[in-house]
Design a binder for this molecule. Structure first.
Ligand code: URA
Length: 203
């Protein structure tokens, strides 16, 4: 009967998008915080829908707001090089930010903005289901890991995120590296550490 064939969706949250496309559409029409009023468009995420590596940054800047894609400015070019150094192409990872809308003048995200936006990121992580998350920069790391620990103390460690216990590794933000190239050496150590964590997760 139609009744017995019908899948029951009890327990499924009515407003939780079940695909990345649906989550992207939900973010596009989001009015949970005022940032949607200020920018050009939302910057949801880019990359392989089932990527094994996920990179999480802070928030869109001017270029990203214009193009609708994360990490397309100068910092993005350096991020591409960081990924290439690990033998990965940008299009085989998934890249997203803590905030989907650009904060005015690239100021730091406010805690309430992060709180309004974090459901989108949580859903992205669930749907992409990466095997490792690389947080670039203090803002990404502190907000994802819910800590106030300075980034210098977060790098070099393996954390985990969510019920799936996705391994998380922290490194410096490429925009910071553009200003402080001397930290590229430590960043390279972090990237090698991340690769080890990823490989251990496979084993
Ligand atoms: N910086 C970020 O953290 N994210 C971007 O998308 C661009 C610059």
């Amino acid at each position: 009967t139609i009744e017995s064939d019908m899948p029951l969706l009890e327990g499924v949250d009515v407003n939780v998008p079940s695909t990345l496309e649906a989550a992207r559409e939900a973010a596009k029409s989001c009015t949970r915080c005022p940032l949607y009023l200020l920018g050009t468009q939302t910057v949801f995420g880019v990359g392989a829908r089932r990527a094994r590596w996920m990179v999480i940054g802070e928030a869109p800047g001017q270029e990203e707001d214009r193009k609708g894609e994360p990490f397309v400015g100068r910092a993005g070019q350096l991020l591409n090089s960081m990924l290439e150094a690990l033998g990965m192409r940008r299009n085989e990872v998934y890249i997203a930010n803590i905030l989907k809308c650009r904060p005015p003048n690239n100021r730091d995200p406010k805690p309430e903005e992060v709180a309004c936006c974090e459901g989108y990121l949580a859903r992205q992580i669930e749907l992409v289901a990466p095997q490792i998350i690389l947080c670039v920069g203090r803002i990404a790391a502190q907000n994802l890991l819910k800590t106030q620990t300075p980034i210098g103390k977060l790098r070099g460690q393996r954390f985990s995120y969510g019920p799936q216990q996705v391994p998380v590794v922290v490194t410096y933000h490429p925009a910071y590296l553009l200003r402080t190239p001397a930290e590229k050496r430590r960043t390279w150590q972090d990237l090698l550490f991340a690769r080890r964590v990823f490989e251990d997760a496979q084993a």
